[in-house]
Design a protein around this ligand. Structure first.
Ligand code: ZN
Length: 416
């Protein structure tokens, strides 16, 4: 048994059985001043005020002194594309110099350049690279990470990516694999999008499902990529094969992704930079979590999603990194928190819920993770600060002191 003892603040984000928090509740994070957390067999056994802990009830308790520190639930990064080969700093350089996305794509850049390199990469080195990224994520406090495929775009390479995502699970952080075969149209299907959609439906989704490689099915619903009709087809087939729907919606235009997402009962609807007021109303009555990705707007110098309006309308909001080589090469959830506060006008408390409980809700694990409550998995962070508000206040600075994954303290040194 481990007792994280006498923290200046234990931020529990208690949900009392709720899958996520919406509206005013998103800002209720339940802070215990001078609090303690008891961990037993990888789970939270007890949480409360330090002075109320009864040492007589437990023998052999290892005490971790958290005096003056802050304790939070482990972060859940609910939207990443973590498994890929190569980097695209060249495009970053060109964009700064004024080249457009279209021009860069014509020069051989964009998603398809990463697809080419990822296809060529042997599985072992893909796994090694992804493992390094997972360790970086952990060093900033991520204890569960969702990982999308989508840089293979054929059966063998989509399988390869999802196998890597599965093999990373528990080493040391938890991974949740999502099939994103509908990320872009691969070169061999150029000009034949409908054939590619049919190929995904007839061949790839059944195989991914048979091999139990993914929990969710996702699609990039955007002008020039996949239409709302494609999304409805693919996500419904995915669901029939046991993959719950997710969708990339309204990133570069208001294109109909939210309407389809709500229609198919998506567990999360992600991006929303161009969401309309009508869509916000629709979403406020649905049970989908809106996963917002502030790092992408920051990095692309693009408009932010209307987080304030979403929360005020009662939409549950999560925040994730969208880690990927094109639009967000960061795994620092703490930095995303700051950007969400300053650029999206979310309160610090709303942001804390967004990276813990609501992110857990976006990947269907809020029954076991996302808050410090009795019976949940002991994924717990200790920060070397005295007040939780200092976490986003110090931006780009990592104040993680210790990370516990399923009750085990794990090393947090990452090679960047
Ligand atoms: Zn994405």
């Amino acid at each position: 048994m481990i007792l994280i003892h006498n923290a200046n603040q234990v931020v529990t984000v208690a949900s009392f059985g709720g899958k996520f928090k919406r509206g005013r509740e998103q800002g209720e994070i339940f802070v215990i001043e001078r609090g303690s957390v008891l961990i037993r067999d990888g789970k939270i056994e007890w949480v409360g005020r330090a002075i109320d802990f009864n040492f007589g009830l437990y023998s052999e308790v290892e005490i971790i002194d958290a005096t003056g520190k802050v304790v939070l639930p482990g972060f859940v990064d609910s939207h990443t594309h973590l498994v890929f080969a190569g980097t695209r700093e060249n495009e970053f350089d060109l964009r700064i110099k004024g080249f457009t996305y279209q021009q860069i794509a014509e020069m051989g850049g964009g998603i398809l350049s990463t697809v080419k390199r990822t296809r060529e990469e042997p599985k072992e080195s893909l796994l090694e690279t992804a493992h390094n990224y997972a360790k970086i994520a952990l060093s900033y406090g991520t204890t569960t990470i969702e990982i999308k495929s989508g840089y293979g775009l054929n059966l063998d390479d989509e399988v390869k990516i999802l196998e890597v995502a599965n093999e990373l699970n528990g080493n040391p952080i938890f991974t949740i694999p999502t099939f994103l075969g509908a990320h872009a149209i691969p070169p061999e299907f150029k000009g034949r999008k409908d054939d590619y959609v049919k190929f995904l439906i007839d061949k790839v989704i059944p195989e991914i499902s048979k091999r139990k490689l993914a929990r969710f099915c996702d699609i990039f619903c955007e002008d020039g990529y996949f239409t709302p009709d494609d999304a409805e087809k693919i996500l419904n087939v995915g669901r029939r094969f046991g993959l719950l729907p997710k969708i990339h919606a309204e990133q570069f235009s208001n294109y109909g992704g939210v309407k389809v997402g709500v229609k198919v009962g998506a567990i999360s609807i992600d991006h929303l930079e161009n969401i309309s007021d009508e869509d916000i109303q629709l979403l406020s009555k649905a049970d989908s979590v809106a996963v917002l990705l502030p790092g992408v707007s920051f990095f692309l110098d693009y408009q932010y999603p209307p987080a304030r309006k979403l929360i005020d309308s009662g939409v549950p909001v999560a925040i994730a990194t969208d880690f990927n080589p094109g639009s967000c090469m960061s795994l620092n959830v703490q930095l995303m928190m700051t950007i969400a506060c300053t650029q999206m006008k979310m309160t610090i408390e709303e942001v804390i819920t967004a990276v813990t409980l609501n992110s857990a809700g976006a990947v269907g694990i809020s029954d076991i993770a996302g808050s410090i409550e009795v019976g949940k998995r002991a994924d717990v962070l200790i920060f070397n600060v005295a007040d939780y508000r200092m976490i986003p206040y110090f931006f780009g600075i990592n104040h993680i002191d210790a990370v516990f994954v399923r009750g085990k303290r794990v090393g947090i040194k990452a090679s960047a």
